[in-house]
Design a protein around this ligand. Structure first.
Ligand SMILES: NC(=O)C1=CN([C@@H]2O[C@H](COP(=O)(O)OP(=O)(O)OC[C@H]3O[C@@H](n4cnc5c(N)ncnc54)[C@H](O)[C@@H]3O)[C@@H](O)[C@H]2O)C=CC1
Ligand SMILES: O=C(O)CCC(=O)C(=O)O
Length: 387
């Protein structure tokens, strides 16, 4: 029986995949794994028995990935599972940025009119205040062409928008997902100077924190709109406030900040990007499925801090060793097994940055000689699991 603890609202369609005879959800203090959304793990105590954390979402800046890796805690996330929800809210926000739709709706809803005739007369008189422009023909710059950025880029083309993207880390697979009509900026400056709307879709890391600052804003066109549905900490707020007094007309964000609230040129949503039923279900299902795969078979899929490592589970006795990525680890593991009379049937080893993972299937008839302690004796081994 595995014990699971959840933080935040995790969709039932996902949690139902934990079979009650195999999993107990939120019923014990000592959980083997957590399923979370935006819960801040940086401040949390990590108990030694915690095996994994599954983040039902894309961004993992709320989780200390490296620290957990060195403690042998595998972190999973759900790449792409909420991309469509975010993209649709970004599209809606782009429309809001060019047409004063909310202002018009507020005006008509917050007035009282004597009768239908006076309502219609007032409307005809006032509607010129709410004239906007069209997205078609505008130029949009997208920084970060991953799951959200790529899908957005392709859709914007269909709306007749000129799209230019910047992503210095774009993978070959990622590039295949993007229409050739999307222009590639080699330098950020090529994009900033030219766009009517800039939208940010890169992760928050130590390298990108506060990256969007005066050097960016100063290069932008007068009247430009900036959309941030990625993370609030990507932006230098003091520089943004100055830019809003200068050339940036509007800032639309999913990450409200106290210093920006109520600013007439700022529209803030309460982190709603992924808040659709479809996205919440997709994320929960993907998070639960990858977590179950790991807990039940040791295979790692969609991890944010360990290498993806899959070995089909054929029911043989299996060892899973989480260890540091240092020379001769596989050699030492193989020797310890041989010393214990254990024959390796199948094995896979993958590394990622400072850590690595070795999955070993061993011959069934030798399993009684297995001693996990023999592997823990190897320096650099963080955790050993047996299946
Ligand atoms: N508002 C919300 O509810 C949501 C927000 N997000 C945020 O959006 C971010 C992006 O999400 P996805 O597209 O799903 O992630 P993704 O991992 O598929 O794409 C991120 C892209 O950013 C690129 N990138 C990294 N550093 C960059 C840099 N310095 N300059 C330009 N590009 C850079 C990467 O190469 C990658 O292609 C997430 O990290 C998360 O912070 C994601 C989902 C929901
Ligand atoms: O779970 C949520 O609502 C937030 C999603 C998010 O920000 C992400 O996936 O990075």
């Amino acid at each position: 029986m595995f014990h699971i603890k959840t933080y935040n609202q995790i969709a039932e369609d996902g949690l139902r995949r934990f079979k009650p005879n195999e999993y107990a959800v939120n019923d014990a203090e000592q959980a083997d794994a957590w399923v979370i959304r935006s819960h801040d793990v940086h401040q949390a105590d990590i108990p030694p028995y915690l095996l994994a954390i599954a983040r039902a979402g894309a961004g993992v800046n709320n989780i200390p990935l490296d620290r957990l890796a060195r403690q042998g805690v595998v972190v999973f996330h759900t790449p792409g599972a909420n991309a469509n929800a975010v993209k649709e809210l970004v599209l809606a926000s782009m429309l809001l940025s060019v047409r004063p739709i909310l202002e018009g709706a507020n005006w008509v809803n917050n007035h009282t009119f004597a009768d239908q005739t006076s309502l219609e007369e007032a409307m005809e008189q006032q509607k010129r205040r709410f004239v906007g422009s069209e997205l078609r023909g505008k130029r949009v710059g997208i920084v970060g062409l991953g799951a959200i950025g790529a899908s957005l880029a392709n859709d914007l083309l269909h709306l007749g928008i000129d799209v230019i993207g910047y992503d210095p880390h774009l993978s070959v697979d990622g590039a295949w997902n993007i229409s050739q009509q999307v222009k590639r900026a080699k330098q950020l400056s090529e994009l900033l100077a030219d766009v009517d709307i800039l939208t940010i879709h890169m992760p928050l890391t130590d390298d990108t924190r506060h990256m969007i600052d005066a050097t960016w804003f100063k290069q932008m066109k007068p009247g430009a709109t900036v959309l941030n549905f990625a993370r609030g900490e990507l932006v230098n707020d003091a520089d943004l406030l100055e830019a809003l007094d200068d050339n940036v007309a509007t800032y639309i964000t999913d990450f409200p900040k106290q210093v920006l609230l109520g600013h007439p040129q700022v529209v803030a949503f309460p982190h709603l990007g992924a808040s659709t039923h479809e996205s919440e279900v997709n994320c929960a299902i993907q998070a639960v499925d990858t977590l179950k795969l790991y807990l039940e078979t040791g295979s790692i899929r969609n991890s944010a801090n360990f290498p993806n490592t899959e070995l089909p589970y054929v029911g043989k006795r299996r060892l899973a060793v989480l260890h540091l990525n240092v020379p001769n680890m596989v050699g030492q593991i193989a020797s310890r097994l041989a010393e214990n009379g254990i024959n390796i049937d199948n094995m896979v080893n993958r590394s990622r940055n400072d850590v690595a993972y070795t999955l070993i299937d061993i011959d069934n008839h030798k399993h009684e000689t297995l001693s996990v302690n023999a592997l823990y004796d190897i320096e650099g081994v963080m955790r050993v699991r047996e299946f």
